[in-house]
Design a protein around this ligand. Sequence first.
Ligand SMILES: [Cu+2]
Length: 190
Amino acid sequence: MKSLSTTIVICFFAIGSLSAQTGSKQAKIKSAMSSAPASITESATIMDWPAEEGGEMVVLRKGTNGFTCLPGMPATSGNDPMCLDEPWMKWMEAWMNEEEFKTDKMGFGYMLQGGSPGSNIDPYATEPTDDNEWLSGNIPHLMILVPDESALQGLPVTPGQGGPWVMFRNTPYVHIMAPMPKHNPSLVEN
Ligand SMILES: [Cu+2]
C-alpha cells in the first residue's frame, strides 16, 4: 500500500511539473473555472484574453452550456476571472471597444473570486478620484444585466448595505452587482 501511494504521489508530481512546463494553459483554465460554480464551469467554453490589444480571444476548451469562462485579466494580475453568458459577452465586447450597449435579454455573469479595483460609476476610470466611488474589487459577486434600466430604480447604488447594488448607473454598461460567497473550487473538485 505504501509503495502504491508513493507511486501515486510521484505521478502527481510528474504531472504537475509537466503541466507547468507545457505553458500556462492549465493554469488559465483553472483560473477561469474558479469564477463560477462547477455546475456552470464544467460544461462552459473556456477562452483566453487576446494576446495583444485588438487581437482575438483564444478558445482553450469548447463547451456547450452557453457560458464562457475567462481567466483573470493579465492587466490586473489575474484576480478577476469570470464566467459570462451571451448577453454578458456582448457587454464585454462593447465595453472593451467603448461602444454603445443594450440587451433585450437578461444576462448573468459570475465573478466568485471578486474583481479588480475600479470605479462604481465610471467604466473607464483607472485610479481613484475624490468623486468616482472607487471600489477595492475584492467582493465576489454575480452580475445581472437587465434590458430596461428603469427596472433598477429603488435599488441601492453603492455596496454599503451589503446586498445587491447598481454599478455604472446612467451608462450603457449599467448592471446589478450581487455579492456572493467566495468560491473555493478545491471543495468541489476531485
Ligand atoms: Cu464583475
